[in-house]
Design a protein around this ligand. Structure first.
Ligand code: G3P
Length: 221
């Protein structure tokens, strides 16, 4: 399972990249706004800055909701860097655009996926990735992990090549459950990735190993 970071924060992207486990980045307009990145020129520059940090796919989202606008924006984004993946919303014109981009060899990430039916349509159109938002489903009392399991099953049975990119991750347990379910990729905030490191017995065990090593040193001195 690949690990993407879901942020537009350059410091966090650098930290995850230095950690050595990062395979890519996803962003969205809300994450860009959170970092104070506004205006077309600044947003495009920020995508290039992200691509220069990470060797892996970087999702950049279109704002248009009509076919011509999505194509215009998507082609401009794809020209920015070879690793840009055009993030397209799950709407009718979005599916048409994904088909168009797929024929042109431009990578796409179909975003705002909340059902298996939507996932099937995006796969049929040739999306490189689909992004089911599991945390937002959990928020409204639907089981997000169950959706990931259902889509994994369908894509295996149907031999769809589209990668399942589990998004809207809220906890380290979400990451573990996605791995168990067979997601191809998770995209997560840095804190949930780093939380995977934590276990109290690891901390206690390490403290004891170091203390015992130091005792041994004192005896031999
Ligand atoms: O990038 C899309 C998705 O991961 C957003 O997550 O936490 O806003 O539901 P969240």
């Amino acid at each position: 399972m690949k690990f993407f970071i879901d942020t537009a924060n350059l410091a966090q992207i650098k930290e995850a990249n230095d950690f050595g486990i990062l395979d890519g980045v996803t962003t969205n307009p809300s994450l860009m706004a959170k970092e104070g990145i506004t205006g077309e020129e600044n947003i495009l520059k920020h995508y290039v800055d992200i691509c220069n940090i990470v060797e892996g796919d970087v999702s950049a989202e279109v704002i248009s909701t009509d076919f011509d606008g999505i194509i215009r924006e998507g082609e401009a984004l794809a020209k920015l860097h070879k690793n840009i993946v055009v993030k397209v919303p799950m709407i009718k014109d979005g599916i048409k655009a994904i088909k168009y981009f797929s024929k042109k060899g431009i990578k796409t990430n179909c975003t705002l996926v909340f059902s298996a039916g939507q996932a099937i349509l995006a796969a049929k159109a040739g999306a490189t990735y689909i992004s089911p938002f599991l945390g937002r489903l959990d928020d409204i009392s639907f089981d997000g992990i169950e959706l990931i399991k259902q889509i994994v099953h369908i894509f295996r049975v149907q031999n769809y090549q589209t990668q399942i990119l589990a998004a809207s991750i809220r906890s380290p347990l979400h990451i573990v459950k996605c791995a168990e379910a067979g997601a191809d990729v998770i995209t997560s905030p840095l804190d949930s990735i780093l939380a995977l490191l934590k276990h109290p017995l690891t901390d206690i065990g390490l403290e004891k190993f170091i203390a015992d090593h130091n005792k041994g040193k004192k005896i031999s001195e």
